[in-house]
Design a protein around this ligand. Structure first.
Ligand code: HEC
Length: 144
């Protein structure tokens, strides 16, 4: 028992300690609708449901996103996700960038996106085979 108590105390101490490690990411940024991607409503609906958590400035964060160690993984995904593709600032991309990102979206919706770990906690983000196909067709791209 004593050993367990000691272990618990150390774990608790560690948990409290890691809370002070600063992480930097902006939760929700200002959204300028003029810069947001314009696509047919059914396409935008899918993006908002399945991709906006990480690929937009409208990230809605759950309470545990402020608790380390979850905050580390979530902030990394949001930061990286926005760097790769941000639907909220789509119109700031050049014509070439948009074209390249359309190809990436085509490939990403085969399997990789939305991230599996995210879907396991947010089943509503899962895409149906029909939705994956609809998005691929809409990009007008071909495999790789
Ligand atoms: C839980 C966060 C999260 C969600 C939800 C998510 N992504 Fe991503 N996405 C990322 C991260 C992080 C990266 C950076 C590359 C990596 O780590 O795999 C990325 C990379 C990408 C890329 C560029 C890299 C590549 O694979 O070509 C595209 C395109 C993309 N995501 C599209 C989407 C689409 C479309 C959706 C919705 C169907 C989506 N993502 C949902 C986090 C997410």
């Amino acid at each position: 028992m004593v050993v367990l108590k000691t272990i618990f105390k150390y774990l608790l101490g560690f948990f409290i300690l890691i809370q002070v490690i600063p992480i930097s990411y902006e939760e929700q940024k200002k959204v300028d609708s003029a810069l947001e991607m314009k696509a047919p409503a059914e396409i935008m609906g899918v993006f908002k449901r399945s991709c906006y958590a990480c690929h937009s400035n409208e990230t809605v964060l759950p309470w545990y996103s402020h608790v380390a160690p979850f905050s580390w993984s979530i902030s990394r995904h949001v930061d990286l996700g926005r760097q790769w593709l941000n639907f909220s600032t789509w119109e700031t991309y050049s014509v070439e960038e948009k074209d390249k990102k359309m190809g990436e979206i085509y490939n990403a919706v085969f399997v990789a996106m939305p991230l599996r770990g995210y879907v396991s906690m947010h089943p509503e983000a899962e895409l149906t085979p029909d939705e994956r196909k609809m998005i691929r067709d809409w990009t007008g791209k071909a495999p790789f």
